[in-house]
Design a binder for this molecule. Structure first.
Ligand code: IDP
Length: 140
């Protein structure tokens, strides 16, 4: 399997509860390397642009307001099959359906406040990494 990069976000419910280190340990234990990382405060416009594919969903307003409620940690994770591996480490969107040992099972509060975002395809990973990081911030 090829080495990939994927975009991860540690969401406001997790940054607020000071869980960044515990979540990063889950990534590293799974063999994912954090190759770029920064803590930022999103604007409502940026959150809306990032989640544009969900614009028509009933939870769009709730989601974007949540994403600006506290700073987030955006990061690039690298590893063999990193996109799928990260989705496995994250667990199901709704923590009630997430497997034991996953980030969402352990830390998520609800289907909305679910602690982490992870790209779901190579196309999304490329788009989402470029949304947050410049080439200069990505060390090869
Ligand atoms: P994913 O984050 O597991 O890829 P998506 O279906 O792409 O899940 O949804 C994006 C995000 O939107 C979720 O992670 C969650 O924060 C939020 N979300 C999804 N479904 C609901 C819902 O039914 N109510 C509130 N928020 C939701």
């Amino acid at each position: 399997m090829a080495t990939e990069r994927t975009l991860s976000i540690i969401k406001p419910d997790a940054t607020k509860r000071n869980l960044t280190g515990k979540i990063n340990a889950k990534f590293e234990d799974a063999g994912l390397r954090i190759v770029a990382q920064k803590r930022i405060q999103l604007t409502l416009a940026q959150a809306g642009q990032f989640y544009a594919e969900h614009k028509e969903r009933p939870f769009f307003g709730e989601l974007t307001e949540f994403m600006i409620s506290e700073p987030v940690v955006v990061q690039v994770l690298e590893g063999e099959g990193a996109i799928l591996k990260n989705r496995e480490v994250m667990g199901a969107t709704n923590p009630a359906n997430a497997d034991e040992g996953t980030i969402r099972k352990e830390f998520a509060l609800s289907v909305g406040e679910n602690s982490v975002h992870g790209s779901d395809s190579p196309e999304a990973a490329a788009r989402e990494i470029a949304f947050f990081f410049s080439g200069l911030e990505l060390v090869g």
